[in-house]
Design a protein around this ligand. Structure first.
Ligand SMILES: Nc1ncnc2c1ncn2[C@@H]1O[C@H](COP(=O)(O)OP(=O)(O)OP(=O)(O)O)[C@@H](O)[C@H]1O
Ligand SMILES: CC(C)(CO)[C@@H](O)C(=O)[O-]
Length: 277
């Protein structure tokens, strides 16, 4: 057994998605597309003799069900310490990042011999079971600008990507509970998500991704006034912005938010998937 291990998992902004339930959480998931980010989550796992695992994010002890599930599945009594560049609950895939980072690091610390795909499947299934995400984990394992053509974990899904890189700006006005949205009527998202995916499959470029994402956000009925106004201001300054699914968050390519007079956070698309450090 090692003293500790650390993994970095890129943040993930979903532009559009459709939900695809299944009795087996490792086969359930989403179709859609998004951006993985150089801003992400660093997850450190160390063994504990405590009777319960401890999960700490940016110094605060919190309950993140997918992390607990991953530790139980790996039979790994551990303390998980995460440091995030991004806000929790605002559409950046933090719960998925913590689950995936925990799986990668715990596998190393407890000297389990699971493969990367097996660990991604465990983290994906834990995230789906908790209701806190559907496609973030497989996207964060892939890196780049993933396009999720078929839902599920690595043994069932089919992923492609948009071959591009970009500077990304983001501004978050607040949280949206993913669990609340996913436990509601997601059928209304299905048609909008299918149309968005068809557009990006036909034209796999960043511009078509941003256009499809804006159309989806509008058709999905998830836009808040502040998000809609900000997206319009970026467009008025000849920029490309859309809403991060699922958070009250606006993301833009290049200098879109800055050009519209905002002071956003800045990062870039992440060229690779999650890594052990
Ligand atoms: N203060 C908090 N705000 C939001 N979530 C919290 C908080 N404290 C603990 N949590 C837990 O963290 C997880 C947040 O998951 P959620 O999917 O909502 O956010 P996210 O992964 O950052 O964003 P998204 O999934 O929309 O990309 C949930 O398990 C939630 O119960
Ligand atoms: C459902 C979701 C938008 C929540 O972040 C994400 O998990 C996804 O793209 O499936």
């Amino acid at each position: 057994m090692r003293d500790e291990a650390t993994a970095f998992v890129p943040g993930h902004i979903t532009g559009f998605f459709s939900a695809h339930p299944h009795d087996d959480p490792t086969k359930a998931g989403s179709r859609g597309a998004g951006l993985t980010l150089t801003d992400g989550v660093e997850v450190t796992v160390e063994p504990t003799t405590a009777s319960e695992p401890t999960v700490v994010l940016d110094g605060d002890e919190i309950e993140v069900e997918p992390v607990r599930t991953v530790l139980e599945t790996l039979d790994a009594p551990a303390r998980v310490e995460a440091e995030s560049d991004l806000p929790l609950g605002a559409g950046f895939g933090i719960s998925g990042a913590m689950a995936l980072g925990t799986a990668l690091a715990a596998n190393r610390v407890f000297e389990r011999t699971l493969s990367t795909n097996e660990l991604v499947t465990i983290a994906h299934g834990a995230e789906v079971k908790a209701g806190t995400g559907l496609g973030d984990v497989v996207a964060q394992a892939h890196g780049g600008i993933p396009v999720r053509l078929e839902p599920g974990g690595p043994q069932d899904n089919k992923l492609d990507s948009i071959p591009a890189r970009a500077r990304v700006e983001y501004l978050s006005f607040g949280e949206l509970s993913t669990a609340d949205v996913l436990s509601g009527d997601t059928d209304r998202l299905t048609e909008a998500g299918r149309n968005a995916l068809s557009r990006v499959v036909e034209e796999p470029t960043l511009l078509s991704f941003m256009y499809a994402s804006r159309l989806f956000a509008r058709e999905a009925g998830l836009l808040t006034d502040r998000v809609a106004e900000t997206i319009a201001e970026v467009a008025a300054a000849d920029g490309q912005a859309s809403m991060a699914m699922l958070g009250e968050t606006v993301f833009a390519l290049g200098t879109g938010l800055s050009d519209a007079g905002y002071e956003p956070s800045v990062c870039a698309t992440h060229p690779a998937g999650a890594v052990l450090k």
